[in-house]
Design a protein around this ligand. Sequence first.
Ligand SMILES: [Cu+2]
Length: 575
Amino acid sequence: MIRRLAWFALGVALGITPATTFAQRKPPAKKPAPKPAPMSHDTMSMDMAMDMGNGMPIPMPPGMPMIPGLVGLTPPVQSFLPGAGRDPLRLPAAQPTRITPLRNGDTLDLTAMIVRRTIKGHTFVMYGFNGQVPGPLLRVPQNATITVRFHNRIDLPSTVHWHGVRLDNRFDGMPGLTQDSVRAGDDFTYTVKFPDAGIYWYHPHVREDIEQAMGLFGNIRVDSPDKSYYSPVNWEQTLTLDDLLINGDTLIPFGKESPDFALMGRVGNTLLVNGEPKYSLRVKRGAVVRFFLTNVSSSRTYNLSFGGAPIKVVASDVSKFEREERVPSVVIAPAERYVVEVKFDRPGTYAFVNAIQAINHYAGEFSPEVDTLGTIAVDAAAAVPSYAAQFSALRENSDVSRDIDKYRAYFDKPPDKTLRLTVATNSLPLATVQFMNVDTAYFAPVEWVDGMPDMNWLSTGKQVRWILRDESTGKENMDIDWTAARGSVVKLRIFNDPKSFHPMQHPIHLHGQRMLVVSRDGVRTRNMAWKDTALIPVGSTVDLLIDASNPGDWMLHCHIAEHLGAGMMTMLRVR
Ligand SMILES: [Cu+2]
C-alpha cells in the first residue's frame, strides 16, 4: 500500500511543474509476486526461440522469465515489414535531416519513400520523408501558409497530419474524416497555415505503429517575427526521441491487419535521437543550448536530463510557459514537445540521459534504469558571447499570461464532458488474463518500459480495445456524440481508471485546437502553456480547458500508436 501511495504521489507530482519533473526514487521493497516457472529467454534453446513465431523471438530483457503458458504462442495477425522482398542495397540510404526554409506562399514536395537505414551495424528497409530521417525540418514564419504536395511512395496507404497546428480541418490528414487515405502511388495536396510560433511535427495518420515507427516523422519550427521571442543562446538543436524494437539484425515485424503490442504499445529496445543511436554535440565552456525536444516514440515516455547541467524549461506544445522555470529533468510523453535551455559550465563530457524507474512485472520489482542517449562535449575555451546572465534570468512571458487571462474565468466551471479511460479485452491467452488479474493489484502512474514484453507482443487490436468512455452517456470512442460551439471554452475532465485490466498512462492529443491543463487531481496548475497533448497518469483526474475556436471535425485520441490502433479515439465537432 505504501508503494502504491508513493507512486500515486508521483502521479500528482507529475502535474505540479510545467515540464513535469521526476525525482529518482529508491526501488521499493519487493512485493510478493506470482512466480512463474523460471525460463529465462536468454537461456532458451534456439528451437524454442524460433517457435515464438514470425521466424523469430521477441527480445526479452536479460533474466526476465517468460510466462510458460505463452511460450510458443504468436500474435493472431500476419507479419508486416516495409518493402517486402526489396533488396536494401538497391534502396537509397536514409539521409540526415536538412533544414528547409519556407516562406509564405511556398510549395514543398514531400515524398514518403522506402529507404535503407543502418543502425548499430544492421541494415533495415524502412521509411523516410524525402529520403531523410527525421524528415526535412520545415522552418516557416508565423502566420505563413504553404502548399505541400504529398507523394505516397511507400507500400501502405498514408496521409500527413500536421501535429499541433491549428490549420483548416480539410488538411488535418485524418483518413475517413477529413480526406481519403492516400493510396500507395497516389498524391494529395495540403494547404497548411501556421498561426502559432513554436515547435510542431508531422507524421502519417495511418498505421502510426508502423509508418511513424519506421521513420515517417519530421519537425516544423514556426518562427515568431519577434526577434526576442526566445532568449539568445549559443546553439539551437532540434531533437526527436524515438525507440525501435530490434532483435539482432532483424526488425520485429508488425501486425499486418492490426497492431500487435496492443496492451502497452511497442516499446523499443534501441533508443534513437534524430534517428541515430548516439547523439553528440560539441560546445564551448559556458555555452547555453536551446533544445527543441519532440517524442516521436510509439509508446515510451522519457525522463530527460543533461548530466546535471542546469535546465530551464521555456515552452511546450503550442506556446511558451507563463514563466520560465528551472527543472531537474523533463518528462515527455509521446507526441509532446518541450523547449528547454541548458547551460554547460565545465569542460568535459555531459551525458544526455533517460533516467526512469523500470518495472519487472513478473518479479514485482522496480529498479532505476539510466540510458545514455548521447553526449555533450564541452571544450575548455569559453563560449563567446556569454549568455550566462540571460540564462540565469527566469523570464515572465506576460504575453502568454495575458492571453490565458481571457480563460481564467472558466478554470472552475463544471466539466462539459467527462471521459473515463479504460480497456476491454477478449480472447487473450488464459495465462495473460490470469497474470494481469494478479498484476493489477499494483500499478505505476507511468509505465516507463515494457515490463511484460511477451504478453504485450501477443496482444493485438483484435483482442484489446482501449476506451474513452463518456461518463454521462456510457458511449464509447467514436460513438460519443460531441459538438462544441465555435468560440466556446470547453472543460474536459479525464479520469484514468486504475482498476481496469492493466491500467496505463495515456498521452491524450486533441487535433486542431489548443488547450490548457488547468488542474491535476484537483491541484491547479500554477504555470501554464498551451498544449495539444496531455499525459494522463494512471489513477489521475486531469481537467483540460479547450479553446474551441477552430471549426471542423477534430480527433481526440491517445497518442500511443497501438492504443489508437486499438480504438482509443473520439471526435470533437466545433461548429
Ligand atoms: Cu493510450
